[in-house]
Ligand binder design. Structure first.
Ligand code: SAM
Length: 303
């Protein structure tokens, strides 16, 4: 049931326990993140923007219409146009014209956050170059949902998007990421994930911890965790369905050798006490504090 109330200048629409407001949006382009599975993952502000923008644009207009129907957001005669970066040259001028007229334009990609392995970049840049304001209505994205459940370090990560589809190009591309000190995050098609895991083992080694997150926020959500070698073996010969994110831990940091530790200590011992120098070097090089302290005492004694 949909119920509409009016307070002051704001119209509120309650539908299925969720209320959104029809407001006067400042002019500009609004990138609206939409669910990657569970329809109720749309944000309240996302709904407000979809309900209020003068013009709607979508990668897939049917998907956006469906999402708006679920949440009782009426189109109310507003135009909705299909927009894709590759075929966008014809549609972009229309959207830029609306922005130039001081209108609000909301854009949603098929799922998740626009611009993240999805259209939107060309549109956002063109809008900025034309002097329009660009806003984000942040929300779901498979990259962050997968990182959240992976169990892998989240302090630093690299989102690499989809690997190249051909084997040779994929292996060159993956090998270039071998030494990156960050959790690596890839989108991959279910058809190729088995082969991609084999390629990852060949390019990065089988020892690293990794995770394969499938159908996040959906009914058949599944996360498999293990070393790359274990995951490659687990997926071997299996037919896989659904949407997939692959995550790989960074390469283990190389342990600093005794010369490197001694050099770091000597540099500090001229200006610090033994204990402080040892603590700092142990922290910086990831070497056990006790070993560094013993070496610092020896170096101090040698003068
Ligand atoms: N813009 C989207 C985002 O913010 O995540 C990504 C769009 S990209 C075209 C689609 C890819 O995202 C899928 O092939 C899959 O790799 C990943 N993906 C999207 N939804 C997912 C889900 N529910 N579970 C796992 N991966 C998902």
């Amino acid at each position: 049931m949909t119920e509409t109330t009016q307070t002051g200048g704001t119209q509120r629409v309650a539908h299925g326990g969720v209320t959104h407001a029809i407001v006067r949006l400042p002019p500009g382009l609004y990138f609206v993140a939409t669910p990657i599975g569970a329809a109720r993952d749309i944000t309240l502000r996302g709904l407000d923007i979809l309900a209020s923008a003068d013009l709607l644009a979508a990668e897939d207009t049917r998907t956006l219409r469906h999402l708006m129907d679920i949440h009782g957001v009426a189109l109310s005669g507003r135009p909705m146009v299909a927009y894709h970066d590759h075929s966008g040259a014809a549609v972009r001028p229309r959207l830029l014209h609306a922005l130039a007229e001081g209108k609000s334009v909301a854009y949603a990609s098929e799922a998740g956050t626009p611009l993240v392995a999805d259209p939107g970049f060309q549109l956002g840049r063109a809008a900025l170059e034309a002097g329009a304001a660009v806003f984000a209505a942040p929300g779901p994205s498979a990259v962050l949902a997968a990182l959240t459940v992976s169990g892998l370090p989240s302090d630093r990560f690299l989102f690499a998007g989809f690997p190249p589809a051909t084997k040779a190009a994929r292996k060159t591309w993956l090998s270039a990421m071998k030494d990156i000190q960050a959790t690596l995050i890839f989108y991959e098609s279910p058809k190729r994930v088995g082969q991609m895991l084999i390629d990852l083992v060949q390019c990065l080694g089988g020892e690293r911890q990794a995770a394969v997150a499938r159908e996040l926020t959906k009914r058949f959500e599944e996360v498999r965790r293990g070393t790359l070698a274990e995951l490659a073996a687990g997926f071997s010969g299996q037919s896989v369905k659904g949407e997939i994110v692959v995550l790989v831990d960074r390469a283990a940091a190389k342990r600093a050798g005794p010369e490197e530790v001694a050099a770091a200590l000597r540099e500090r011992l001229v200006r610090m006490r033994v204990k402080e120098a040892a603590a700092e070097v142990a922290e910086a090089l990831g070497v056990p504090r006790r070993d560094v302290y013993q070496m610092a005492l020896r170096l101090e004694a040698e003068g």
